[in-house]
Design a protein around this ligand. Sequence first.
Ligand code: C2E
Ligand code: CA
Ligand code: CA
Length: 920
Amino acid sequence: MALRLKSGIRVAATVIAVASAMILLGRGGHLLSLDRLASDVRTAAIEREAGGEIVFLGIDKKSLDALRVWPWPRETYGRIIDSLVADGAREIFLDIDLSAASRPEADAALAAALERAGGGVLLPAFVQNTEAGGASPAMSANLPLPLFRGLSWMTSVNVVADSDGVLRHYPYGLVIEGEGVPSVAAFLSGVSGPTGTAFEINYAIAPGSIPAFSVIDLLEGRLDPATFLGKSVVVGAHAVELRDNLSVPVHGILAGSVIQILAAETLKQGVAIRAVDPAPWIALLATLVMTAAALRRRARFRHLLAGLLLAGLAIELLAFHLLSRHAVMLPTAGLQGLLFGTGGLFALHELDLHKWLLLLAQIDKVNSQRVLARIFADSSDAIIVVDETGGVLEWSGNACLLFRTSAVCVKGADLRRILPDRIAKDLMSAMVDLRRGIWTDPGMRALTMVVEGGMRHIEYRVTPSRLSDVRERAVTDDRIVASITARDITVRRVQEERLERIARFDTLTGALSRSEFVERLDADLAKASPEARSAVVVINLHRFSVMNATLGRSVGDALLQAVVARLKRSDTGMSAPARVGGDWFAVSRPCGEGDDGAAEMAAGLVALVSEPFELEGTVVRVGAHAGVSVQRSGAKAAALLGDAELALDEARKAEGGAVRLHDPASVDRQRRARLLETALWNSIENGELFLAYQPQIRLSDMSVIGAEALVRWRHPELGMIGPDEFIAIAEGNGFIETLGRWAMGQAARDALTWPNGMTVAVNVSPVQLRRGDVVADAARVLRESGLPANRLHLEITESIFVDGNGTLLEKLHDLRMMGIRLALDDFGSGFSSFSYLAKLPLDKIKLDRMFVQTLAPGDANAAIVKSVLMLSRELGYSLVCEGVETEEQRDFLRDLGCDEGQGFLFGRPQPQTDLLAMAS
Ligand code: C2E
Ligand code: CA
Ligand code: CA
């Protein structure tokens, strides 16, 4: 009994809760659109006829087409009124805006017609920007002209659409300029209501049942005169073109005048829709449902559902009946919601929520198991799960492949028989450790297995897990399993080993790599006793790059291999040779007290490498330089090697001596070189570079005919730095291209201001000539500066021809074709070969100052100068003698026949202004 009471209360509580929710929803307007929809459906199903007392005389398309003007002249409305009055119309509503004046005679004609109608005409008035609820004094009223107002009735025509843009409500009248003005509908129907209140139009009245005629048919006398007898006539727009259309329920879009008629018909037939408050109805229905539930407690759910459905149907029928018979709108959404809500809750109760949730959980579990099983089976890793007895619980497809034993793929197989010992031990001890609470993850482990056909490297990871179990009706965390994921990394390992070998050895020569050399030497140094010392020798092949370019890379490679082979063979107690740079090799050796032993060894190695090689059928000779460093206390291998390399740099620069011992002072020079190297890059931007000009003199008359541009660098901290120091650095780091381009441009711009066609000579570095596009640079400089080409001289040195490169020759030809003059600089200082002089496209030869300065009448230099002079005459070159410091030198050279001179005697490299002062 108590149980029944309890469930009864629950049912009642449910129903009341749903009912209250529905009432609240309704009050909040949340059911409005549902109710409107239902009401529209009902309205559409009901068909009401218009009474026929109100007739629509439409300004339709036919009428517009016939009269061809719009707006119509007011005389026309006068004629319409006259005709209707003549036909005995009871009253006429002219739904036309007459608030503005038109032509006076037209207005007068209409006013006359209104007068003749004797007050039977209604005219529209409306307020603009009206909010729902009527006009406020601030709003503008559109009234018929006073002229018409006195002769007619004023009626309001304002309508206001609902929030959804659909017109349902219609006012009884409006307050316009302080006066109550009845609406047209109220006027025509004779039914009035409080001004400012509205009624709901009954759209069940079919617009098609309103008698309707066309204005033009009236005007042209085509209508039966009895048509309008005793009728109210609404004259208004019906043509779509006139856009007086509004959105309404059921019928979609209707013309404004038709809506006025429907509103009037609604009032006339007394069928304005009255909406009732659904709350009492909901309360009533809730009581009914509760009573029914209480009476038929054990009713089957099916019956209950049928009952609810029937109740819903009954409510709809009732609503339909109320609307069609009594024009009463019963909002049924809340009622249906109550039925639906209680039905749904009953259904949930019936279906047993718990069962559903359980089912869902089971589906979820099955799904994730399936996904896991798929992942497990398809995993590229081998996975095996075992339990504490060592039996295999699960295995993945790849496990069989990886461990190559078919036993793995059998459930229950003993892992100790099928897996490598170490893995089996790891698995078992992981489970034991987890049980004892001392397990820590060792991470990935590696193992090499011997399989038929070689080694197999695998990587694996073991993880134990604790599972839940049910023991004696209680859940325990007592089961422990372990899994192993493993993968074959043989390919990767082989790759790694190869990379390691590459890192340790130079692939071309088989010599040690630089890093390997340093590593081994460090190990040796660590092992050696404190008194023991080590020496490092670095050797570099002389002119290897030239040889590589001329004989080809394959010979170059063969040479490097042969050098290493020789170094390996020479057994002087030294380490394996290392290739520490392109053509730089290093060896190390323990050495005694003095450094002599090391220097001797280095000299021996240089001699060894300088022996001719026979490569690919040609005999190749290369020279070599060597740098030596002997360990200072506590030095590291890398520093030792670095010192030897610095010494080698010195050896390469020095004349003669092929071997250099490391000298800490040279470290400072190197440091400065490195500093300059980086500072150079910004020197142009920072305006630190500038040109000095050294005059060039025609010896016959001592006139200044040109100048050589010599670059200068004023560094903000280091002061003036000479080109002898930084040009080599710029050539080394590639900055020379930028520098050369800048110098050429600056010199050309400067020279343009010089008098008497003075020439400017610009030095072009061999590196710049080889790597940069000097031809294009020169062309641009000439174009941009406007300097005539024959005033630009470029000075090149012999060293470029050592490479014997054909394209260089082409570049020189191109430059000369442009009209630029070429001078061979420093002739006699380097390779001085007469043989190629004839092959070069030259204009001038500049005899190196070395010759000039050691000149004395009758000696060998004088003979050389003479023969150079003869040769240049023959080839059509002029001769410039550099480094003229004394008057004797000048006179001697002039007497020999030298054309031009340059030297401190005539002028030092100087600012342009000084040069110009001198030239004038
Ligand atoms: P270089 O082309 O042989 O320039 C002539 C050098 O001899 C200049 O040294 C000049 O000052 C010096 N000199 C001139 N007359 C006498 C003399 O009577 N007695 C002595 N003892 N020396 C004299 P500087 O200016 O130090 O230039 C050195 C070298 O730097 C130049 O030698 C040239 O090879 C290079 N250089 C200078 N400016 C540039 C440049 O703009 N581009 C390139 N690529 N190299 C440049
Ligand atoms: Ca020069
Ligand atoms: Ca020179």
